[in-house]
Design a protein. Structure first.
Ligand code: KE4
Length: 427
């Protein structure tokens, strides 16, 4: 199967857009072949430019938990847009949205809206530095918090070390203040605090990692991070851009009983439009301009159409049956994919939390980047292509999470598992 229309579009795109894409992972470089250009989405489906229908497990990398073109979300967008698309002035919807988030997440006393997860994480850490008067931050190898310079950092050798830039264009000096540790290695973080504690403004963590594939926290890891931060006067920043409102109405912090000092959000909260936020303790948030000395701003922050989409999405997610249904579907997918791989004699292992999951090839019990990096990415690529040819659209990288939503019915899951049983035989 080759989507000639996508190929033609991609040839044109590459003349004008680097790699033909507006975000690198979309280029399919990690799995080979060329990207499918999407013409439309509806419920659990997307349609390629040539009209081929796919079951969508990318879901715009998380936002589309309600499925594509959900009637309530589309209606809210259309009605809001008819009143104007941006004012650069405060609106009632921003108040309603802020109140809805604070009502859902007890740790958030105040929040600031912005337009992307990158902005939310970058701003939250600037705020943490301004609040504590300290310069260093700790992140974890394999965790991604957007593309702010100081967050594009990977560990050198060893579990905890001074960061080195993970991208051209990031000055070594910028990376110097980013310390990296191994995910699920509380001892390594404790050692960093022993050595640098009085300089560390914050620890930022994906409470369930999606950006090295789905990697859950070991019992006690997240709570241990919170305790280390409290002991050393650093802020505990939980990046819920991916997990927020995906793992439950109270996200990962509800699932694991956390009370972060700051939380970043994005993806689901915007219902597919550019809307993100960061929030937490009132005393910390009060340091933000115009109240305090930490500057942060945005032309389209709190955009009226985006907040309309976000409010409509959050309203749908408040239905009591939503997360139980997502868990049930996740369990069906996990069990079915595990069985299909085993029957095909393929060394593949599913890691899942709620409605985010990854099929790891060649490795199991992945707990950190060292483990994830050993995965058989070529086997993953073969499986990805075999699934795509069978109308299943999965994230085009071994080191990403797949997402399902409320529109993935049992019938859609059964079709997915039938495709997987055949696809594993082609790995
Ligand atoms: P954005 O700037 O892409 O809205 O959010 C950055 C971000 C922050 N924190 C977490 C935990 C994230 O997963 C992300 C973005 N996720 C990637 C997918 N792994 C977005 C997809 C892309 O880069 O195209």
């Amino acid at each position: 199967m080759s989507d000639e229309r996508s190929k033609a579009l991609h040839a044109r795109a590459q003349l004008r857009i680097p790699g033909g894409v507006n975000s690198p992972v979309r280029a399919f470089r990690a799995v080979g072949g060329e990207p499918v250009y999407i013409a439309k989405g509806e419920g659990p489906y997307v349609w390629g430019a040539d009209g081929t229908r796919y079951v969508d497990y990318v879901g715009s990398w998380g936002p589309m938990i309600l499925g594509h073109a959900h009637p309530a979300v589309v209606k809210a967008i259309v009605e809001a847009a008819a009143l104007g698309t941006s004012y650069g002035a405060p609106t009632e919807r921003e108040v309603l949205f802020a109140e809805a988030i604070c009502e859902a997440l007890p740790s958030i006393e105040m929040l600031r809206l912005c337009s992307s997860g990158t902005e939310a994480c970058m701003s939250a850490l600037r705020l943490a530095r301004g609040f504590t008067g300290r310069d260093k931050v700790i992140k974890f190898e394999g965790c991604y918090h957007g593309h702010a310079d100081f967050l594009l950092v990977k560990a050198g050798s060893g579990a905890a070390t001074l960061g080195v830039p993970d991208s051209a264009g990031v000055p070594a000096d910028t990376a110097r203040n980013t310390l990296t540790a191994r995910y699920n290695d509380l001892e390594g973080v404790a050692r960093l605090f022993e050595a640098e504690g009085e300089h560390i403004a914050a620890v930022i963590v994906e409470p369930v990692v999606g950006n090295m594939g789905c990697v859950p926290p070991r019992p006690g890891f997240l709570e241990g991070l919170a305790a280390l931060c409290a002991k050393h006067g650093a802020l505990f920043v939980v990046d819920e851009v991916m997990t927020g409102f995906r793992l439950g109405i109270t996200g990962a912090q509800g699932l694991y009983g956390l009370r972060p000092d700051l939380t970043t959000m994005g993806k689901v909260v915007g219902g597919g439009l550019p809307l993100a936020a960061f929030g937490g303790r009132r005393d910390v948030m009060s340091k933000l301009a115009p109240l305090g000395p930490v500057y942060q701003a945005g032309t389209l922050s709190g955009n009226p159409v985006a907040t309309a989409a976000g409010l409509a999405t959050l309203a749908e997610l408040r239905r009591p049956e939503v997360y139980a249904a997502l868990e049930r579907t996740g369990a069906m997918l996990e069990a079915g994919l595990t069985e299909a791989a085993a029957k095909a004699g393929v060394d593949a292992h599913v890691q899942r939390v709620g409605a985010m999951w990854t099929v790891f090839f060649g490795v199991r019990a992945v707990a950190d980047w060292e483990g994830a990096s050993k995965a058989d990415t070529k086997a993953f690529a073969r499986w990805h292509g075999a699934m795509l040819r069978r109308g299943m659209y999965l994230p085009p990288s071994q080191w990403e999470a797949a997402f399902h939503g409320v529109a993935h019915t049992d019938e859609v899951v059964e079709a997915t598992l039938a495709a997987a049983r055949e696809a594993f035989r082609e790995v």
